[in-house]
Design a protein around this ligand. Structure first.
Ligand code: SAM
Length: 222
């Protein structure tokens, strides 16, 4: 039976095009089941550190007759997946610091994967930096709105892709992202109002500087 994904998971699914996929931290298992039931993936390995989550994923696949196409494995990060075992690795709904650790630990152990789709809840810059460090080039990087919140979605494939600080912070394609420009201008206005109201911290001043530079770069690019 087909299931509907929300905008965040739909965007992630749209970035998978064939082959096998690992969904690390699958929880409910909706993405893995959706990918195999719509032929976006030929097989999905759904992993989680929690047995309770895996049970949900297993039940969803089983109720829909997809037991053979969705394989569940218990474990931390990429530990349950062998090097090159899947064509794409998805890690969504975890913090950027955890995602970064998962990527770097696996890389240190010699594991290599062709492509990734990441959706960090927090600290997207850490996920972007980790991708560069493991020899992945970002091919998609944007924010998707879902239930009134913005979620970062990043896709990458093997290749060299060093990012500067602004690209790491705001997205690999911030210079050409009209939505980012709008959000950055709004955030800058908000920060200016905080500073005008007496707020002051190194972090605030640094963020203001980065936003100003990003907006100047966008103007220069036109
Ligand atoms: C918020 S849910 C996200 C579920 C799904 N990926 C999504 O984006 O809708 C986070 C899931 O990641 C799992 N998780 C947290 N840390 C993990 C780790 N180090 N390795 C594997 N799974 C982890 C949790 O048990 C939980 O099921």
């Amino acid at each position: 039976m087909p299931i509907r994904l929300d905008e965040r998971l739909s965007k992630i699914a749209s970035l998978i095009s064939g082959g096998t996929v690992a969904d690390v931290g699958c929880d409910h298992g909706k993405l893995a089941y959706y990918l195999v039931s719509t032929d976006r993936a030929s097989k999905a390995i759904a992993t989680d550190i929690s047995e309770g989550s895996l049970k949900k994923a297993r039940e969803l696949a089983s109720e829909n007759g997809a037991d053979e196409l969705v394989i569940t494995r218990l474990g931390d990060g990429l530990a349950p997946i062998a090097s090159g075992e899947v064509d794409a690795v998805v890690i969504a709904g975890l913090g950027g610091d955890v995602i970064s650790k998962i990527l770097l630990d696996a890389h240190r152990e010699g594991k290599r994967f062709q492509s990734y789709v990441l959706s960090p809840n927090t600290h997207p810059e850490k996920a972007r930096r980790a991708l560069s460090e493991i020899g992945q080039k970002i091919t998609y990087d944007s924010a998707v709105e879902c239930a009134g919140k913005l979620y970062t979605v990043i896709a990458s494939r093997e290749g060299q892709g060093a990012l500067d600080e602004l690209e790491e912070t705001f997205g690999a394609f911030y210079l050409r992202d009209a939505q980012f420009e709008k959000r950055a201008a709004q955030e800058l206005k908000y920060i200016a109002s905080l500073i005008g109201g007496g707020a002051s911290s190194d972090k605030l001043a640094r963020r203001k500087k980065l936003l100003e530079t990003a907006l100047e770069n966008i103007k220069k690019e036109r």
